[in-house]
Structures are given as structure tokens and as C-alpha cells.
Design a protein around this ligand. Structure first.
Ligand code: AMP
Ligand code: MG
Length: 397
């Protein structure tokens, strides 16, 4: 049995990036950036007005009230490109270039225009309502670093710098193979001793967040040869094969043997983790195999910890780990002697602004109903007991 941290390190050592491809910017959302996004111009590209009003030489307004002569107009896309001289002002619109000579903008509400003159009630402060050229970003600077996931919130930035195509990491394909003689489809009424296959849809959905293609294979009974064949064929069409079930030490737990039988090297097969102890990770060249436990919570948690990390590492993501933080426990939690426990919890906040973890009643690895209500996992390291009010590490779901 190896510690979780060791298992994560073994993944880091074994997983190799898949390579990169260029996609249209519209198809880049959700992908991992494989190039730095670099500013191809200063932003703003010129001194830009933040207001509708008048651009002036601030010193001309020092003895306000004062009246200046309107000599032109600068609108967005149609600037006024002469030098502003003493005693002059121009009408300017939000987003328009501020002409040379002008060093401040006054908003229209504080002025009065008549004929081609404009009056200012108060002096206009130097620099007011102007965003200087290059103040937001300079030509050549990195605006978004490679390794980050492209989000709708950031997409305007590469667009503004002319990236009609973006280099992103190739996405791995994943095949999920449910195993076990007891498994039936979700649409079926389970007969005696049968259970519905809830893991396939769960793992496929978790994969879908990070990969291009997810296949769900037909469920395989507890048969070594069948299982080996299913894993082998899955590896032909996918980069990662994920099985669930059959990893315990029962008579019918055959996953590990099946992986070995098709020439995959077992990298680890037991992690000091609850839920998820019997997780198997194996490798054959650039194909990776995960034997996740059958219990639904174990399957989901080990997917998030290990498979998701592998998917992210194959795309050279900067941060392949689950998002982590700290929370104050609102009830005690007792760890175990030999394994770190990841307890499902809800999150709340206290009146003084602290993040609170509310552990859910939890029977164990099979308790998918409790897990369905969880927003985070509280990590209780082995040999640790937390009291109410203690601060613990949490992983956000
Ligand atoms: P196993 O690892 O095969 O011993 O399975 C452990 C537990 O998980 C058993 O109760 C199985 O019935 C259950 N289980 C296995 N596969 C699935 C699945 N695809 N969906 C839901 N539960 C499963
Ligand atoms: Mg089984």
C-alpha cells in the first residue's frame, strides 16, 4: 500500500503528454492552452478616453470657470489626429483616441457647449479619464500562459490579439469498462442479486469535463479472458482505459490480472486511501490503464484524484490536481490507522467569513446518496483526529 502522494508522483513520472494541435478559437473552449498568448500590440493601442466629453490641455483649465474653443471631434474608429493647441478642446467619445497635446478629459455633464465653444466649471485634473497607451498590456507580453484551460471568461483576450487559431493540447480519449456479473443497464429493473450500472455514466460524465471522446464499453462479466480482451480492444481506440469493479481480493476480482495478461505493467495496486484503496494503475507504452473500485464513491473519488490527473498531465496542464483549500470543521472527524480518509462534506460560510466544512453522514464507499450531496472532500490524514473547529484540507468537487 502506498501513500496518496506517492501514487500521484508515480502518475507524474509515467504519464507523457499527447502532443498539440491547432484549432479555431471557437473550438478552443475547455481545452488546455499549448502556447502562451502574447499581446500583438499595446493595449490600449492609443491614449483612450474613458468618457464622453471634451479632451483638453489640463493647464488651460487651471483658472476655471473657463471657456475653450472646440476645434474637432474624436470618435471611436474616427480619431482627430492633430495637435491640440492652447485654448482648444475637442469633443471626444468613450473609447476614442485622445489627441496629442491633450492630457485630460472632462465628462460632458460638467461642461456646457454653445456655438463652437465649451465652458468648464472646474479645473480638469491632469490625466483624468484617460487610459494611457500600453497601460493594460505591452506589446510582446504574455497575457495567458500555456497550460491553462481556455474559459469563456478569458476568450476575449486571445481574440483581441488576433488568435483566430489557437494551439492546444491534444485530448486523450477514454474508454470506461464496467465489470461484474451483477451489473445491469440503468434502464433495466435489477433482478435478484443484480445492481444497476451507475458507475459508467458517473465516470463518463467526469471524463467529459476534460476529454474529447469518452466511450463506454459493454459491461464485462467476471471472466479473465473476456476482461483481458475488452481492455485490449479498448486500448486500440483510446489512450486511457478505465475499468470499475473487480479490484478487491475476492475470488472474482480479476482486473489486475487481466491488465497484466495483456502486457500492461502494474505501477501501483493499493493506495492508503479511503475510499479507494484497491485502485490499480498500469501502463503499456503510451496507453494507461486504471482499475477503479466498483463501489460508486470509491470509483468517483479515485477518478477525480488519479484519472483526471492523468488526463490533465497528458495535456500538460499547469495544475492537474483537484482544487484545494482549507475549511473549518463543524463536527469532529476521526481518521484511520493506515489510510487517509476523504470524507464527503457540504460547504458553508460563517458570519466572520470562514469557509466551513459540514461532514455528511457517510456509511462508506458504497454510499452514493451521501456523496451526491457533497461539495467537497475533507482530508483526514491517517492517525489523525480532528475536533470541531479544527482546520482541515479540503478538495472541492
Ligand atoms: P467489486 O470491486 O467488483 O468487488 O465491486 C464492489 C462493489 O461495487 C459491489 O457492491 C459492486 O456491486 C459495486 N459495483 C461494481 N461495479 C459497479 C457499477 N458499474 N455500478 C455500480 N456499482 C458497482
Ligand atoms: Mg465485481
Amino acid at each position: 500500500m502506498i501513500p496518496v502522494q506517492k501514487a500521484l508522483k508515480l502518475l507524474d513520472h509515467n504519464i507523457q503528454p499527447l502532443g498539440t494541435e491547432r484549432v479555431g478559437i471557437g473550438n478552443s473552449i475547455g481545452r488546455i492552452l499549448a502556447e502562451d498568448i502574447i499581446a500583438d500590440s499595446d493595449l490600449p493601442p492609443f491614449n483612450r478616453s474613458q468618457m464622453d466629453g471634451y479632451a483638453v490641455r489640463s493647464r488651460d483649465t487651471r483658472h476655471a470657470p473657463v471657456t475653450l474653443k472646440i476645434v474637432g471631434e474624436s470618435a471611436a474608429g474616427r480619431g482627430w489626429h492633430k495637435d491640440l493647441k492652447r485654448g482648444e478642446a475637442i469633443r471626444i467619445m468613450t473609447g476614442a483616441p485622445v489627441p496629442a497635446g491633450a492630457d485630460a478629459v472632462e465628462k460632458i455633464e460638467l461642461t456646457k457647449e454653445y456655438d463652437s465653444l465649451v465652458s468648464f466649471i472646474d479645473p480638469v485634473a491632469k490625466g483624468q479619464f484617460i487610459i494611457e497607451k500600453g497601460k493594460e498590456i505591452r506589446l510582446g507580453e504574455v497575457v495567458i500562459a500555456a497550460g491553462r484551460r481556455v474559459t469563456p471568461e478569458m476568450i476575449a483576450t486571445p481574440a483581441a490579439f488576433g488568435y483566430s487559431k489557437i494551439k492546444v493540447a491534444k485530448q486523450p480519449t477514454v474508454t470506461i469498462i464496467p465489470t461484474g456479473a451483477e451489473i445491469v443497464g440503468i434502464g433495466k429493473k435489477p433482478k435478484r442479486d443484480q445492481i444497476r450500472d451507475s458507475n459508467s455514466i458517473s465516470l463518463a460524465s467526469l471524463s467529459a469535463n476534460s476529454v474529447a471522446s469518452v466511450y463506454v464499453g459493454a459491461s464485462v462479466g467476471d471472466d479473465l479472458e473476456q476482461l483481458g480482451n475488452a481492455i485490449d480492444s479498448a486500448a486500440k481506440v483510446s489512450d486511457i482505459v478505465v475499468t470499475t469493479g473487480g479490484v478487491s481480493v475476492g475470488k472474482y476480482d480479476l482486473t489486475k490480472r487481466a491488465m497484466a495478461s495483456i502486457g500492461a505493467r502494474i505501477i501501483f495496486d493499493k493506495v492508503a486511501l479511503r475510499p479507494g484503496k484497491p485502485t490499480v494503475f498500469a501502463r503499456r507504452g503510451k496507453k494507461y490503464f486504471f482499475g477503479l473500485p466498483g463501489n460508486p464513491v470509491s470509483a468517483a473519488v479515485t477518478f477525480l484524484l488519479f484519472v483526471r490527473r492523468a488526463i490533465m498531465l497528458m495535456q500538460s496542464a499547469t495544475d492537474p490536481a483537484m482544487q484545494r483549500g482549507f475549511a473549518v470543521l463543524n463536527s469532529p472527524l476521526r481518521g484511520t490507522k493506515s489510510r487517509d480518509v476523504y470524507f464527503p462534506a457540504r460547504l458553508a460560510s460563517s458570519a466572520d467569513g470562514k469557509l466551513i466544512a459540514v461532514p455528511l453522514p457517510w456509511i462508506g464507499s458504497s454510499d452514493l446518496v451521501s456523496f451526491a450531496n457533497a461539495e467537497a472532500l475533507v482530508i483526514v490524514p491517517k492517525l489523525t483526529t480532528f475536533n470541531e473547529g479544527d482546520v482541515a484540507d479540503v478538495l472541492f468537487l
